[in-house]
Design a binder for this molecule. Sequence first.
Ligand code: PRP
Ligand code: URA
Length: 213
Amino acid sequence: MYKEYSNVYVNSHPLVQHKISMLRNKNTGTNEFRKLIEEIAMLMGYEALSDLPLEDVEIETPIETCMTPMIAGKKLAIVPVLRAGLGMVSGITALTPSAKIGHIGLYRDEVTHEPHEYYCKLPSPIEQRTIVVVDPMLATGGSAVEAVNFIKQHGGKKIKFMCVIAAPEGIERLMKAHPDIQLYVGHVDRELNENAYICPGLGDAGDRIFGTK
Ligand code: PRP
Ligand code: URA
């Protein structure tokens, strides 16, 4: 829980915290960075998916027939926010191989820091799925708010947002705009700087995942 928000879950697992510290190091290269993001997404995904509904199904073991629980309902939708969110997809699909994948393309204007949409494709029927939106960075919150807006406009209802590092400003903005979603955060950092970068943060997540500058 974060402040008064019972729907904001801040991770405290030592493995997640250790891996986030490795991400922060400016000497961590692209290859290792990508691997760490993937591992953190898997560890956080384990927690974020702990409320998936189960139903009893009949299974024949080598010994006898029994009723045993399996995940119920429509397949999950994983929705990375392009580009950096792509780095988290393989970590979660390692846990949920049959999940459907949507994509939302957003980039932050370098001057205004406001998000601009360039792509949106979601699996249908989106309204029947648990949707996990993934983006490593929640800075001003502009991109996250827009991503959730798109999903809701398309009919999405049960929405979880998962990020590795969040600024307090981003959490407040996202919770104000979408108080009905569940937010999973790897670590809450101190603040944003004048360029709307998270401090201490890890720099530009997209550039570090894809080796661009
Ligand atoms: C980064 C990040 C988020 C956004 C967060 O993406 O991956 O999508 O910034 O910032 P905000 O909370 O202030 O909106 P960016 O726009 O740099 O695009 P990229 O992933 O293509 O590099
Ligand atoms: N996007 C990033 O990749 N890093 C930040 O610190 C802020 C936005």
